[in-house]
Design a protein around this ligand. Structure first.
Ligand SMILES: *Cc1c(COP(=O)(O)O)cnc(C)c1O
Length: 398
């Protein structure tokens, strides 16, 4: 097989033909600045208006509640900073989140901590899921924000967002969710799921990179991260990226229209991978077996290095990841794997396979064989593995 098998869709996706086609006229035909008063500008303003309506509809929001950003990271930053500033104004400086959030959330919280905010990071169970009661117990009089991700980008676990939202609503504390991995893959309804703020990124559902959405429920005051012109009702300056926004709207609509059939197809391939890779001795699935994204598979293999595994899989034409694109390249084990209780030794030997609806059963078959071969090859060369097999060291996994 010479074709590349792309199994890193949690890092980014290929753009859909629909999204590319939707974008192209906005580069050279309808290229105006939506703030311009002439007709060329107004045609772009119309496209912006239209995209906002369509994106709002996908998550059951009002178009006025949609702010376009440069992606998921900016949306997370703006949501958290806004809630912090709103809290600060009334003397509330406590924020609740979890240990498994994306760095866009965790690093923003770190920054606020240095400013004097108190941050509670909830533990998750071994299955990678936080319990709504944990949120309830952590709430205080001075809590100004709860931020819990919709679905985890490494281990794919889906959090009980609706229940957490209900608890926050009752306590009158704003609830933000990083839905970057969920949008286009799981049903989102901000009203039904009690969500006050939500982050989305287009390149995780076959849209373009560098564009995203912050949904903020009517009445929540947003703080600018980018200062300048009066775009986005004065809450996010900078000439709007019309081609990208148009592509995002097309990609999200397409993904949401096929959400159930895609989930069915992906989860069948996912479960097949999980069943097959579980047969590798001394391997362990990371994250809940059921309550996970349809396209997410994440394993630890004892006695090997994730980096070598990835390089050898790449040689065999399989593009995978060892966790998040942000931590690969650094030697620290993933904070998510540590949070679910994986010891350093095995957290280093992790593999994430994230699927898209373009993948096939034949690709899964090939991938299973490739992973089995590579794991065996690396273990045969590994001094750590030799110590484990000879009994000099004890196995952590079964
Ligand atoms: C990818 C990702 C982000 C960052 O989104 P960008 O658009 O790449 O900035 C944030 N949170 C999660 C969960 C992600 O998977």
């Amino acid at each position: 097989m010479n074709k590349t098998i792309y199994l890193d869709n949690a890092a980014t996706t290929k753009m859909s033909k629909t999204a590319i086609d939707a974008m192209t006229p906005y580069f050279d035909i309808i290229y105006g600045n939506p703030s311009s008063l002439h007709s060329t500008g107004q045609a772009a303003a119309e496209a912006l208006y239209d995209a906002r309506q369509r994106i709002a509809r996908c998550i059951n929001a009002d178009p006025k509640e949609i702010t376009f950003t440069s992606g998921g990271s900016e949306a997370d930053n703006q949501a958290i900073i806004s809630a912090a500033r709103n809290g600060e104004r009334i003397g509330k400086k406590h924020i609740i989140s979890t240990k498994i959030e994306h760095h866009a959330v965790l690093h923003t919280l770190k920054k606020l901590e240095k400013e004097g905010f108190e941050i509670t990071l909830l533990d998750v169970g071994e299955n990678g899921i936080v319990k709504p009661e944990q949120v309830k117990e952590a709430l205080r009089q001075d809590t100004c924000l709860v931020t819990v991700m919709f679905a985890n980008n490494e281990i794919g676990t889906i959090q009980p967002v609706k229940e957490i939202g209900a608890i926050c609503r009752e306590a009158k504390v704003p609830f933000h969710t990083d839905a970057v991995q969920a949008a286009g893959h799981l049903h989102i309804d901000v009203i039904e799921q009690n969500i006050d703020m939500l982050s989305v990124s287009a390149h995780k559902f076959h849209g373009p990179k560098g564009t995203g959405v912050l949904y903020a429920k009517k009445g929540i005051r947003l703080t600018n991260i980018i200062e300048g012109g009066a775009q986005e009702r004065g809450k996010r300056a900078g000439t709007e990226n019309i081609p990208a926004i148009t592509g995002m709207a097309a990609a999200l609509e397409e993904a949401c229209a096929h959400i159930d059939e895609n989930a069915e197809k992906l989860s069948a391939m996912r479960d097949r991978l999980i069943a097959e890779l579980s047969k590798i001795p001394h391997s362990v699935l990371n994250g809940d077996a059921k309550q996970r994204l349809p396209g997410n598979v994440n394993f630890c293999f004892e006695g090997i290095e994730g980096e070598s595994l990835l390089l050898l899989l790449d040689d065999k034409g399989v593009c995978a990841s060892s966790g998040s694109a942000c931590t690969s390249g650094s030697l620290d084990p993933s904070h998510v794997l540590l949070a679910i209780g994986r010891p350093h030794e095995i957290a280093h030997g992790s593999l994430r396979l994230s699927l898209s609806e373009e993948n096939t059963d034949e690709e899964m078959e090939y991938t299973v064989k490739a992973v089995k071969d590579v794991v065996e090859y690396l273990r045969n060369m590994s001094p750590v593995w030799r110590d484990l097999v000879s009994g000099k060291k004890e196995f952590i996994t079964k």
